[in-house]
Write a protein that binds this ligand. Structure first.
Ligand SMILES: Nc1nc2c(c(=O)[nH]1)N[C@H]1C(S)=C(S)[C@@H](COP(=O)(O)OP(=O)(O)OC[C@H]3O[C@@H](n4cnc5c(=O)[nH]c(N)nc54)[C@H](O)[C@@H]3O)O[C@H]1N2
Ligand SMILES: Nc1nc2c(c(=O)[nH]1)N[C@H]1C(S)=C(S)[C@@H](COP(=O)(O)OP(=O)(O)OC[C@H]3O[C@@H](n4cnc5c(=O)[nH]c(N)nc54)[C@H](O)[C@@H]3O)O[C@H]1N2
Ligand code: SF4
Ligand SMILES: [Mo]
Length: 684
């Protein structure tokens, strides 16, 4: 039996694994015992990698839809026809008519987003959409606005950790271990979540009303300033706008925040003091709880400010800038015609820095496809995403797809989105291709560590690596000069050619290696990389772009406070998409994990259940002004009364039917997935 050291690319964590292969077949995977991240452990998904790879749901050959039914066709035919159609559409409508899309795996599969962008560049379209248009980017941008860079939390070295809207046991499996180890070593833990999650029992727990976290943040800043607990030296030397910050929170007493959020004023005072007095305070913020609501980006700004005024920046246990590996830039930016969708509507997101993010605002994608405004988008190519299930506002997404002249999906699995396509192209899984492994370590865990991801088996059936699919399509369309590579290794070699690391080094260190050294306190020599060279508590640039220069609490658009009329009909608050460890977004439902978690459940409080006379396990209706779904109720005291928490990614109980693509964070342009008005219906 051969044992191959590689990483698990099933989710952003990229745990180190040993893959056991016999006669070309993947038998099992285990965690690498002494891997710095997962220390031998893997999650239930990781344990099922062989099931995933050999799933009956794999797309085996290229497929073409003829009279509503899929037929197997050759790679040559599929790519030639797709290429011809794309060129025809470009002639008719211009390059902007193509929208390409990459889902969450665009982060853990570096090649996926890179080649997607290269292809749309060769074609000339600005319309690349990515899960990042609704996910991680908002926090990155908030930190860049504040610090000029993206410092990453380092809880392993912290002695006070605030877990804020993040549930690592489900979503960041290795992070759960890191935090528990820190607690064992004496760190105090403060969990702020609308649900009492298991890890919260290790410390203080606070349960705010969904979408009101910014008020807690403001009150904490109020206490820290009023009681003189801030790091005066750091503030004086390195912060811009402290007086304006102090002024902005002058009335934000814990008593005020208690009224807004429902948590106790005494608790807010207590955690403010704990955090400010700690040697190393570290806020670990979620994506789920934080980004995807009315005040998403500004929440992240507040946490950045809390880190800054307590001096917990660029020092062990705080937020620290991790060196980034310099991989070859695949974009063909100079060939792109015009700006991405959202450039004018969401100027902070698109125009803040010198280099705009490569993604368009996905919240505008479907409307543009439906209305043809500001121009027609007629072709949609999706690689590594399943937006038919995961895109907020399913009705709108489906209407947009109906208006496409060409839909292509590249995926290892026959997904719901693939079912809508004209062509489905079989991509291999990350266990069948060699490439970049562990890329997210720097952005999630502050470790400058990289490895070579190894193909542990040959691509199954007729499936191909993602770089090959985009490249071969490009070559069919006359873009061969941009796609000169012939093998996984050549592509990897090209990516690493700018990194200072050689393929030989990567092969000699199959578990990976450090590509740089974390450097604490770089600002002491170089300052911060903002316009003022300081930490921008106040951002002049945000003011210039029409957003609040100092973050403040803004009520969720559909809360009882901001829309009492709507609350009469829809009195409960819906949170969608909380993660469960068994599944990754819409994936893995066809594995034996289905035995562990057979169906989705809507968590509601005992008091909410009483109000509707709902019993635990009963099938109930969940309704919003936009749509309705059915799910079994999970009645629990651990969620706030009046809040309904449903997971995403379930095709038959798709919570995205309930969401409205017009409800947005006005700064980031992200669609609201939390804090939406809903009601429950007893069905039996
Ligand atoms: N209501 C609601 N909706 C949400 C969320 C929420 O919280 N609430 N969360 C949002 C967030 S944060 C995100 S990031 C998105 C995620 O949304 P998606 O990224 O659309 O979700 P996935 O189901 O992970 O889709 C990834 C697809 O990539 C395929 N894939 C895996 N490996 C490979 C590969 O090597 N090559 C190729 N070509 N394909 C591969 C998988 O088979 C799968 O079909 O969902 C969003 N949707
Ligand atoms: N197993 C698994 N892991 C995943 C994923 C997956 O699908 N499955 N998806 C990956 C992706 S794409 C992402 S973006 C990340 C997301 O990772 P997380 O951000 O950790 O995800 P969530 O579980 O959505 O949210 C964490 C917590 O926020 C709480 N919360 C919701 N609203 C609020 C609020 O208003 N205030 C506060 N304080 N808390 C709130 C929820 O109750 C939940 O416990 O996970 C990644 N990891
Ligand atoms: S946490 Fe993610 S990377 Fe780690 S084993 Fe599980 S699925 Fe794989
Ligand atoms: Mo995400």
């Amino acid at each position: 039996m051969e044992v191959i050291k590689t990483d698990c690319g099933l989710c952003i964590n990229c745990c180190g694994i040993n893959a056991y292969v016999e006669d070309g077949k993947l038998i099992k995977v285990e965690g690498i015992e002494d891997h710095w991240l997962n220390k031998g452990a893997i999650c239930p998904k990781g344990e099922r990698v062989p099931e995933y790879v050999y799933s009956a749901n794999r797309v085996k050959t290229p497929l073409k839809k003829v009279d509503g039914k899929f037929q197997s066709v050759s790679w040559d035919q599929a790519l030639q026809e797709i290429g011809d159609k794309l060129l025809e559409l470009k002639d008719k409508y211009g390059a902007k008519t193509l929208a390409t899309y990459t889902g969450s795996v665009g982060v853990e599969h570096f090649e996926m987003a890179a080649f997607n962008q290269r292809f749309r560049g060769a074609y000339g379209s600005p319309n690349f959409f990515n899960a990042e248009g609704n996910c991680f980017r908002s926090r990155i941008l908030a930190r860049q606005i504040t610090f000029g860079r993206y410092p990453v939390e380092e809880p392993a070295n912290a002695d006070c950790i605030i877990l804020w809207g993040r549930n690592p046991d489900e979503s960041y499996f290795p992070m759960g271990r890191i935090i528990r180890d820190a607690v064992k070593a004496g760190a105090s833990l403060i969990t702020i979540d609308v649900r009492r999650i298991p890890i919260s029992k290790h410390g203080i727990f606070m349960q705010p009303r969904p979408g009101t976290d910014a008020a807690i943040g403001q009150a904490m800043i109020h206490v820290i300033i009023k009681e003189g607990l801030y790091d005066k030296e750091f503030v004086e030397k390195y912060c811009h706008g402290f007086d304006k910050l102090a002024e902005s929170v002058a009335d934000c007493t814990p008593e005020w925040a208690a009224k807004v959020t429902g948590v106790g004023a005494a608790e807010i005072r207590m955690i403010s003091r704990m955090f400010a007095n700690a040697n190393a305070g570290c806020i670990v913020e979620g994506v789920g709880g934080m980004n995807q609501g009315t005040n998403g980006l500004q929440n992240h700004r507040l946490y950045s400010i809390l880190q800054a005024i307590t001096g917990n920046v660029e020092r062990p246990g705080g937020w620290v800038t991790c060196p980034m590996i310099r991989l070859a830039d695949m974009r063909l930016t100079d060939k792109i015609e015009g700006n991405a969708l959202g450039y004018d509507e969401f100027p902070v997101f698109h125009q803040f820095g010198k280099n705009p993010p490569p993604y368009g605002s996905s919240s505008l994608m479907c409307d543009t496809m439906i209305t043809g405004n500001p121009y027609p988008i007629k072709a949609f190519i999706c690689s590594g995403g399943n937006p038919a299930v995961t895109f907020a506002d399913t009705k709108r997404f489906n209407a947009a797809m109906k208006n496409q002249d060409l839909i292509v999906v590249m995926d290892p699995m026959m997904t719901e989105t693939a079912n809508l396509a004209d062509y489905v192209l079989p991509a291999c899984t990350c266990f069948e291709e060699t490439g970049i492994g562990g890329f997210p370590y720097g952005i999630s865990y502050c470790e400058p560590w990289i490895m070579l991801r190894k193909a542990v088996i040959e691509p199954l059936y007729e499936s191909k690596s993602i770089w090959w699919i985009w490249s071969e399509l490009g070559r069919k369309m006359g873009y061969e000069e941009y796609f000169p590579w012939n093998s996984d290794e050549e592509v990897a070699e090209h990516f690493f050619s700018t990194s200072g690391i050689t393929m030989q080094q990567l092969k000699d260190n199959p578990e990976g290696l450090y590509f740089g050294k974390k450097e604490y306190g770089y600002h002491e020599k170089k300052g911060f990389f903002t316009a003022s060279k300081k930490v921008e508590l106040y951002s002049d640039r945000m003011a210039e772009l029409g957003a609040d220069p100092i973050p403040v609490h803004v009520e969720p658009e559909q809360s009882k406070v901001s829309n009492p009329e709507l609350a009469k009909e829809y009195p409960e608050v819906l949170n969608t998409g909380a993660r469960t460890v068994e599944y990754i977004d819409a994936q893995m439902r066809d594995t034996t994990l289905r035995v562990v978690r057979p169906e989705p459940e809507a968590e509601i409080n005992t008091a909410t259940a009483d109000k509707y006379n709902i019993f635990d396990g009963e099938l109930i209706g969940i309704e919003t002004p936009r749509g309705s779904i059915k799910m079994r109720a999970l009645v629990t005291p651990d969620i706030l009364p009046g809040v309904v928490n449903v997971p995403h990614g379930w095709a038959d109980a798709n919570c995205n039917v309930l969401l409205d693509a017009e409800l947005l964070d006005p700064v980031s342009g992200y669609i609201t997935m939390r804090g939406v008005a809903c009601r429950l219906v007893k069905l039996s």
